[in-house]
Ligand binder design. Structure first.
Ligand code: GAF
Length: 390
């Protein structure tokens, strides 16, 4: 569905729910991470792009301090609270994301009015495409704009990214990094977002797949993952331990030539976690340089190497993700890797446009022969970041 059609549907659903027209409808895209996994909370580099699948937020302010949130998505309940009653632990479930954003905006000094909110989305939930940041960023840009129109302080996009992350860390309780919010807020059609997660410097790197005769195929394994649960946090802890043992603030500060020393100092598992981060940071830098000089067709081997590192060193893959990656490569993809936090979700493959049917068939056949649930396969393009649609 086009973003405009989704915006119109969201506005209609808002009117049906709240009996008035919204003041506006804002979009927050999901993201694919091209390369650079679990490097964000290590102060390193990431290279995601915003995708052409968005979450929408229809909003209107109220004259009181009440907040009503509702969603067009199945399995979500409407919630009504007072803005002043928002604090970590006060809301659970899906509403913790938008209400976490409201809370974090207030914590950042934006005094919010009460408001009505209705959200809709075409970003699959639990697929590793960051439906959470898409929701946070749609709500954050919408609320910030409404608050600013009302003569209240505005926040720039870096501050809104921090707001989204704070909502997720403190209100939802998922100890995630900053990549997804930057992808959703700084995305631009035809570009990937190269982010230095320490300095927060953003550079847009051209990624015009059509012109190169390529597509990015997402392979959603339907194995769901949840970052609030233990595995993601355990990987973070390993990284913290490794950095402490090596006497650096973050693993970003470990150069490649200290890996031999790290192997002596760390136990085998912690060493492999650290090696993934150190080598993955280098692969991001290499991917940016390769994209700029040779174009996207040349980054396949970096995607492959990244997947191997996540599978063997960081151990965040799963049999379905490995199969998707291997089958896509055998079917003719130039490179493939799992994307996002891992333990399920999606893999991506860079595929010549003419060969996409062959890759699809190869993946479907491989899943059927292993008795795995049929994966969802679809293509995505680098798209614009969070913005007002209506
Ligand atoms: C999830 C997190 F939200 C990100 O911050 C990042 O750590 C990613 O997993 C792994 O690269 O999407």
């Amino acid at each position: 569905m086009s973003a405009d059609a989704l915006a119109a549907r969201t506005a209609d659903a808002f009117a049906a729910r709240f009996g008035r027209t919204p003041a506006g409808v804002w979009a927050g895209p999901g993201r694919v991470n091209l390369i650079g996994e679990h490097t964000d909370y290590n102060g390193g580099f990431v290279l995601p792009f915003a995708i052409d699948k968005t979450t929408t937020a229809a909003l209107a302010v109220r004259g009181d301090r009440t907040v009503r949130v509702a969603s067009a998505l199945a399995g979500t309940e409407a919630v009504e609270v007072d803005v002043d009653g928002l604090r970590p632990g006060s809301v659970t479930g899906w509403a913790a994301y938008p209400l976490g954003v409201a809370w974090a905006l207030e914590q950042a000094g934006v005094r919010l009015p009460g408001f009505d909110l209705l959200v809709d989305s075409e970003v699959p939930v639990g697929a590793g495409l960051s439906s959470s940041a898409a929701l946070e960023c749609a709500v954050a840009v919408g609320l910030a704009e409404l608050a600013a129109l009302d003569g209240r302080a505005g926040l720039d996009r870096r501050a809104l990214a921090a707001v989204g992350r704070r909502a997720e860390n403190d209100m939802v309780g998922a100890p995630t990094g900053i990549m997804d919010q930057y992808a959703s807020l700084f995305g631009s059609a035809g570009s990937a977002v190269f982010l230095d997660c320490r300095s927060k410097e953003v550079q847009l790197v051209p990624l015009v797949l059509d012109a190169a005769g390529l597509v990015c195929l997402v392979m959603d394994t339907k194995v769901s993952h949840a970052h609030a649960t233990g595995d993601y946090a355990r990987r973070r802890d390993s990284c913290t331990r490794a950095a402490e043992a090596l006497g650096v603030p973050l693993l970003r500060d470990v150069p490649h030539d200290r890996l031999a020393e790290a192997q002596q100092l760390l136990d085998d598992e912690t060493f492999r976690r650290a090696r993934h981060i150190v080598t993955e940071n280098q692969r991001v830098v290499d991917a940016v340089r390769t994209l700029r000089i040779e174009g996207p067709a040349a980054i396949g081997r970096l995607l492959d190497a990244s997947h191997v590192s996540m599978r063997d060193d960081f151990e965040i893959s799963c049999p379905e993700l490995d199969l998707a990656v291997d089958a896509a490569r055998e079917g003719g993809a130039l490179g493939a890797r799992m994307t996002g936090g891992g333990f399920g979700g999606s893999a991506i493959a860079l595929v010549p446009a003419a060969g996409v049917d062959a890759v699809r068939d190869a993946v479907w056949r491989a899943f059927a022969s292993r008795g795995f649930r049929q994966p969802e396969l679809f293509t995505v393009r680098p798209a614009d970041g969070a913005r007002r649609l209506l």
